[in-house]
Design a protein around this ligand. Structure first.
Ligand code: NIG
Ligand code: FE
Length: 410
C-alpha cells in the first residue's frame, strides 16, 4: 500500500541524515522542504522531496494544499493511568497551600493512589484510552506512560497491565515505565526504607516476571525518595533490564541529576532546580535532560534554565508530564508554545525538543521523531497555516487537522 501526500506547503522536520538526538547548536537545525511530497509505503516513510521531483504511482493520494506536515510529537513523560481528577487540590493551591504541603497531609499522589486502587483494570483502561485518544488527535504519535498511582504490588501491576493493553490496542508507539517509587504510602511514613525494600524485593521481580516495564523511575526529590533509596532501586531495576528514567530536581537540588547520570538514565526529568554542577554533570553523558513546561506552569515553579543548558552544548527535550496533580493536560502543541514563550527556545529548537529529543528520551528515536526514510510514517497535516512558526505562536488553538500513524489516518 502506497500513500502519497502531495502539494505540501512545507514539510517540516525532515532528516536526510538521521540523528538520534540534537544537542547544543544542532537544536537550531530544522530541515524543511517547501512545496513537497511525502510517500508512505507499508506504514513507513519511503521517500520525500520537492513536488517537482515526484514521479511514480500511489494507491492513495492525500492533497495537502495550503497545509504543512510535521512529524508527530513524542511525549516522553506521562502518568495517564489514574482514576480521579484533583481539582479540589488545585483550588487549595490557589488559596496558598504548596504541592509539598498537600502531599504531607496525604493528598497529592496518595489521593490519586487511593482512587486508583479502587478502580478496576477495565475502568482504568477505558479512562487511559480516552486520554490517549485525546492527545493523539492533538498530534502526539509516541508516548511513555508510567505506573505510580498504585503504590502496592497488586495495584502497580494492575496499572502496568493497563499500559500493556494500551500498547496492544493503540496505533501509538508506547513505552512503559515502572514508577513504584512515586510516593511513600502513609503506613510507611517514618520508615520509608521498608517501602523501598518492598519495591526492590517484591515489585521489581513481579514486574520483570510479566515483562511489564521498559524503564524504571524514582521520584528522587525533597520529601520523597532520597539519593540512597534511588541508588538501591535503580540497581535492582537495572539487573532486570529496566533502564532508568528519573524524576529529579522538581522541589530541590536533590542529587537526582547526578544519580541519574551515574546509572546511565535515558533521561532525567523536571529540572526546575538546576545548578551549574547539574549542567556540568550532564555534559558528555547519554542522559537526556527533559523539561516539563506544563508542570512548572501549573505549579508556578521556577523555570528550568533551558537556554543555559543549550548554550552549554546539552540537548534538551520537553514533554507534557500529563498527570492529575501537576499537569492535567497532555497537549504537546501547548508544550511547544511554552517552550518558546516561557523558555525562549526558538521554534526550531522547540520542535526538536518535542519530537526527536523526546523520542530519544523514550528510546525510539531510530523509528520516530522526524521525517526520515525508513522511519514510521507518523505525521500530522495542519489546518491551512502560514508557516511553521505559527505552530508555537498561536498558543491554545488546535492547528492539527489530520493525524497519520504508521501511514494510516487515525
Ligand atoms: O511528575 N513529581 C512527581 N510526579 C508527578 C506528579 C504526580 C502527582 O502529583 O500526581 C510529576 O509531576
Ligand atoms: Fe512526572
Amino acid at each position: 500500500m502506497r500513500t502519497l501526500v502531495k502539494n505540501i506547503k512545507e514539510l517540516v522536520g525532515v532528516e536526510s541524515t538521521p540523528q538520534l538526538r540534537k544537542q547544543g547548536k544542532e537544536m537550531a537545525q530544522l530541515e524543511t522542504v517547501k512545496d513537497a511530497y511525502l510517500l508512505v509505503e507499508d506504514g513507513k516513510i519511503k521517500a520525500f522531496g520537492p513536488m517537482s521531483g515526484w514521479k511514480g504511482t500511489a494507491d492513495r493520494e492525500v492533497d495537502a494544499t495550503g497545509r504543512l506536515v510535521f512529524p508527530t510529537f513524542c511525549d516522553s513523560h506521562t502518568h495517564i493511568v489514574y482514576a480521579n481528577s484533583r481539582e479540589h487540590e488545585f483550588v487549595d493551591k490557589i488559596r496558598g497551600l504548596s504541592y509539598e504541603e498537600i502531599a504531607k497531609r496525604g493528598g497529592g499522589i496518595l489521593n490519586s493512589a487511593k482512587a486508583t486502587a479502587a478502580a478496576s483494570e477495565d475502568e482504568l483502561y477505558d479512562m487511559a484510552l480516552q486520554r490517549l485518544d485525546g492527545v493523539m488527535r492533538l498530534g502526539t504519535g509516541a508516548i511513555e506512560i508510567k505506573s505510580g498511582y498504585g503504590l502496592s504490588t497488586e495495584s502497580e501491576l494492575k496499572l502496568l497491565r493497563v499500559i500493556r493493553r494500551l500498547k496492544e490496542t493503540s496505533p501509538m508507539t508506547i513505552k512503559s515505565n515502572f514508577l513504584g517509587a512515586h510516593g511513600i504510602p502513609m503506613e510507611y511514613r517514618g520508615h520509608q526504607e521498608d517501602y523501598v525494600d518492598l519495591v526492590i524485593n517484591e515489585m521489581i521481580p513481579r514486574v520483570a516476571d510479566e515483562g511489564l516495564a521498559d524503564f524504571i523511575d524514582v521520584f528522587c526529590d525533597q520529601g520523597f525518595f532520597t539519593v540512597e533509596d534511588t541508588e538501591r532501586i535503580l540497581t535492582a531495576g537495572i539487573k532486570y533490564g529496566m533502564r532508568p528514567k528519573i524524576h529529579a530536581n522538581e522541589m530541590a537540588v536533590s542529587g537526582g541529576v547526578q544519580v541519574g547520570v551515574k546509572y546511565n538514565a535515558i533521561s532525567v526529568d523536571h529540572l526546575e532546580q538546576m545548578g551549574d554542577a547539574e549542567i556540568e554533570c550532564l555534559k558528555g553523558s547519554d542522559t537526556m535532560p527533559t523539561i516539563l513546561p506544563g508542570c512548572a506552569f501549573f505549579l508556578n515553579l521556577p523555570l528550568s534554565p533551558a537556554r543555559k543548558m543549550i548554550e552549554a552544548g546539552l540537548p534538551v527535550a520537553m514533554a507534557s508530564d500529563y498527570n492529575p496533580g501537576t499537569s492535567p493536560s497532555g497537549n504537546m502543541q501547548l508544550v511547544l508554545s511554552m517552550a518558546c514563550i516561557r523558555y525562549r527556545l526558538t521554534p526550531e529548537e522547540a520542535l526538536n525538543a518535542t519530537t526527536l529529543n523526546t523520542a530519544y528520551a523514550m528510546g525510539v528515536s531510530d523509528e520516530v521523531g522526524s521525517i526520515a526514510v525508513g522511519k514510521k510514517a507518523n505525521f500530522y497535516i495542519t489546518k491551512p497555516i502560514a508557516s511553521y512558526e505559527y505552530m508555537p505562536y498561536a498558543y491554545g488553538e488546535n492547528k492539527v487537522e489530520r493525524v497519520f500513524l504508521n501511514g494510516v489516518e487515525v
